[in-house]
Design a protein around this ligand. Sequence first.
Ligand SMILES: O=C(O)CCC(=O)C(=O)O
Ligand SMILES: [Fe+2]
Length: 331
Amino acid sequence: MKSNSKLKKLLERDGFIRVKNVLNFNKDLKPILNDMEFVMDCLIEKFAPKIYRNKALNYDFRKKYTYVSKLNIYDLDQYFNTRLPRDHVKKDSDYFASHSLWNLIKNKKILNVVEKILGTEILSSPVQNTRIKQPEKKLPKGSIHDGLSGRTPWHQDAAVLSTHGQKFCDMITVWIPFTKTTKNNGCMITVKEINKMGMLNHISGYRGQVEIKNSKLLDKFKPIYLVANVGDIILLHKHSIHSSLPNRSNNFRISADLRYNRAGTPSGRKPLPNFYVRSKNKKNITVHNYKQWVALWEKAKNKCIPRKFAFKYPLPTFKHNKRDLKNLLNN
Ligand SMILES: O=C(O)CCC(=O)C(=O)O
Ligand SMILES: [Fe+2]
């Protein structure tokens, strides 16, 4: 692998890096798919009509998820999402804080790569997602552009942070495929070096998704297809402009996106958990196991219940239009 400064310079220059063969499918990734399947089983037990239950429980991963997605479960993606829902947080709000996911967040092989960019003092950022994308033709129309189950609109990751976080958070995204990701099944695309434009103005898309203002203008740039094999990871700069293609295959496309921020910089998602996962001073590591991690999320949940939302970010990002893509491209 490249040296610290080389990797960092590359990320700062291009906005993305693909690091090959970091993870092992059976050891590092499969446990998360198993836990997702467990969540599906729970949903079947809870929501499926009794007569179909046993049959559905015996389906394989894909068939089971397809079945579950047809049960009209409110906010289905949330059950597979690594974090609290954004709005209407309740005492029983569910989220995918599984033991396997905790192991992934703490994975030494991932942290060794992250250390090369952020240095030795690293916090786990609560800005995390898991995405199960069925073939687009099987999606309800309303989900086609929603990012978690459908295409992800053009955006920068810094745009989903608080204003303070947008300014000061030193964060990277670690995108992790659980399935080989290609042009056909909806890999991410980006534009090389476009991160150098800095923070752009974002607006709220038709389902509240965060989207770069005038994003159509990005169609004229030559895209980089962020295809990846299982085991690879993709790093994104917080100002990388990226989106994802539709899943035009007949198969599933599954990924997780974890984030880490440099200690001493804000997460931009207060009061959600933001804790040391690596430090030269071992005393900084206060979350040692899965149970402590879940306890942090539950504590954060209790703070969010009275205010009804877990986090907010400003949209449009800027009230003025100086940071609109349209204006910056014309300069
Ligand atoms: O997987 C996707 O569709 C988008 C992921 C993404 O935007 C990210 O990881 O920051
Ligand atoms: Fe993103």
